[in-house]
Design a protein around this ligand. Structure first.
Ligand code: ZN
Ligand code: ZN
Length: 250
């Protein structure tokens, strides 16, 4: 499995694109979250962007799905013919249609590909596009799906936004890589993770490695030394803070 960090930022970071991961296994590929500043970076990093099988939306905050119109309309412009699957919480199809209507109305009439929608529900596992999908709910200000992907004997967990819950710790059990949001360093922010809690979640779940993303811009840009010190206090977890464009292969 190969994870390319297209973006690692929070919603409004002027330096880092919104958190978005391109996950590839064999010939299959899926983009996890697609915020308004992530799409163009995805396009610059993907070797075969028109072959993307699927996009997963963790929740309906704009920094996680308002990049969909740009992704879809660029795909139309560049002649995509392959069906695209869009997965997300309950209501994903109507959200996408409303977003497209506001952004580029009638663009879909020119599309030479179909879009297939899947509503994801915690506890309802399935296989699609070469991956096994599983979900659990995080503790966020709106329902947010954490996702586990398994393929080729490897496993990836991505938190989306929110604090870990018992269900997400179970979901991430023994994953090769946990990618977790860590919005703050140690202050308590309702509905968000922090560095210590996210590292502890990775330790409890037995993750082999942990990437911390979606950090509050003021913390990420000025307190990296303290973030790295916090990481060193949990030596059992092989944790790191990725940069956009970084690739992690396992
Ligand atoms: Zn977010
Ligand atoms: Zn959010």
């Amino acid at each position: 499995m190969r994870v390319t960090f297209a973006g690692v930022g929070e919603a409004f970071d002027e330096l880092l694109p919104n958190t978005s991961l391109l996950v590839e296994s064999g010939d299959s590929s899926i983009l996890l979250d697609c915020g308004f500043t992530a799409t163009c970076r995805f396009w610059s990093l993907a070797t075969r962007p028109l072959d993307l099988d699927a996009v997963f939306v963790s929740h309906f905050h704009a920094d996680h799905y308002f990049g969909l119109p740009a992704l879809v309309v660029r795909s139309i412009e560049e002649g995509r013919t392959k069906r695209l699957t869009i997965l997300g919480p309950n209501g994903i199809e109507s959200r996408f249609n409303r977003l497209m209507e506001l952004a580029y109305s009638n663009a879909m009439t020119k599309a030479k590909f179909e879009i297939f929608f899947i509503e994801c529900v915690p506890g309802e596992d399935f296989k699609h596009s070469g991956f096994r999908f599983r979900f659990a709910l995080n503790d966020h200000s709106m329902p947010c799906l954490a996702i586990r992907l398994d393929a080729g004997g490897k496993s990836l967990y991505y938190s989306g936004d929110g604090k870990p819950t018992d269900a997400t710790v179970d979901l991430a059990e023994d994953c090769d890589l946990v990618v977790h949001e860590a919005f703050t360093l140690d202050e308590i922010t309702l509905g968000h993770g922090d560095v210590g809690t996210s590292l502890e979640m990775a330790r409890k779940s037995g993750a082999k490695a942990c990437a911390l993303v979606h950090m509050k811009r003021t913390i990420r840009h000025t307190m990296m030394d303290m973030i790295k010190m916090a990481i060193q206090t949990v030596p059992e977890v092989n944790a790191f803070v990725p940069e956009p464009g970084d690739v992690y292969e396992f």
